[in-house]
Design a protein around this ligand. Structure first.
Ligand SMILES: NC(=O)c1ccc[n+]([C@@H]2O[C@H](COP(=O)([O-])OP(=O)(O)OC[C@H]3O[C@@H](n4cnc5c(N)ncnc54)[C@H](OP(=O)(O)O)[C@@H]3O)[C@@H](O)[C@H]2O)c1
Length: 305
């Protein structure tokens, strides 16, 4: 399994992350089996959020951990907080109570990392700083980060928050490339030249923040999976051809495409199929050629300038 350093730390984590958002969609026995399979193929990083399945996903994972021979210290457990039904909430009170709820559901005494899930425009950064200080001092959270945030939002947090912000979880994949498009189409006036994310890719690289690519197989915002989808015949044909060349599968290739980027990202896969976990892990080590990487980018619908 390919490893990366988490943010500015010296902690080595797997480049492939097991996303737990859909774990309540399968039987608990199958959940146990796929988590064990993930560890077997070298994945040590598990991503949660307090809201996944309204807490059910963390609860299931907690029981899986308890009923398996997996050791807590071998796993990196990350969760996210800040989304409540009908509101975003980065208040100190909510952050602390959310983490306490996650720890209870997961059945552990600390999180390896905590991310703020999606920006709360009503946030008071001083409150976030106070919440992070308390959680860190109490030994409940080791590292902190954000999700879906732009550089200036991160800079605003950094003015107050004492702990380094180590990761930013962002949607990225073959059919969701806004983060890199604006850098490729720079100084042009067409749609892809529009910088929606404030040069977040370059900012993350400059600041050694780990980008965690979420929903790598989806197109649009949860519109569906592009793999084996009749809407994208040309893309699937090219993926099949390139996958064969590297002796991996299309699922593996779609992850390898993300991991090939020198920004040293993690890819968060959401599959609940053991065979796909194996395919994705097997492809993590593949180093795609520059030509193949750009060929996939183009056939996904991006005409190079
Ligand atoms: N920070 C955020 O705002 C945010 C938002 C969303 C998600 N996330 C994180 O990202 C993780 C991954 O998200 P995701 O589950 O949307 O990611 P994903 O890996 O893009 O999608 C997983 C889904 O795609 C299906 N799939 C994969 N390959 C397929 C294929 N070849 N044919 C048909 N279906 C296929 C899987 O089905 P099978 O189970 O059958 O393989 C599963 O339902 C989440 O678990 C969560 O940790 C974060």
């Amino acid at each position: 399994m390919k490893k990366i350093k988490f943010g500015t730390t010296n902690e080595e984590v797997s480049a492939v992350v097991f996303g737990c958002m859909r774990i309540n969609g399968i039987e608990e026995k199958a959940a146990q089996s796929i988590v064990e399979k993930a560890v077997e193929v070298g994945i040590n990083f598990f991503d949660h959020a307090d809201i996944y399945g309204k807490g059910e996903c963390e609860e299931i994972f907690g029981r899986v951990l308890k009923n398996s021979s997996l050791k807590r210290e071998d796993l990196w457990l990350q969760t996210k907080c800040g989304i409540r039904p009908g509101t975003f909430d980065f208040s100190k009170e909510h952050i602390i109570s959310s983490v306490e709820g996650s720890l209870k559901r997961l059945g552990v005494d600390h999180l390896d990392s905590l991310l703020l899930h999606r920006p709360d425009t009503l946030m008071e950064p001083e409150e976030i700083a106070a919440a992070f200080d308390q959680l860190h001092q109490e030994g409940k959270v080791r590292y902190f980060g954000v999700s879906n945030q732009k550089p200036l939002q991160i800079e605003l947090l950094k003015k107050y928050v004492g702990q380094p912000l180590q990761a930013n979880q962002l949607q990225f994949g073959i059919k969701h490339t806004g983060m890199i498009d604006s850098g490729i189409y720079v100084n042009m006036t067409n749609e892809p030249s529009v910088d929606h994310d404030g040069s977040i890719l370059e900012y993350s690289r400059l600041n050694d923040m780990t980008i965690q690519a979420w929903s790598p197989y989806q197109y649009g915002f949860f519109e569906g999976v592009f793999l084996d989808n009749d809407k994208f015949p040309e893309l699937n044909a090219v993926l099949a051809e390139i996958a064969e060349k590297y002796q991996i599968t299309k699922n593996g290739l779609a992850s390898a495409w993300i991991l090939r980027h020198p920004a040293k990202m993690q890819v968060i896969t959401g599959t609940m199929k053991e065979f796909r976990i194996e395919e994705i892990a097997a492809a993590a080590e593949i180093n795609l050629s520059r030509e193949d990487w750009y060929k996939i980018y183009e056939v996904a619908g991006n005409k190079l300038p």
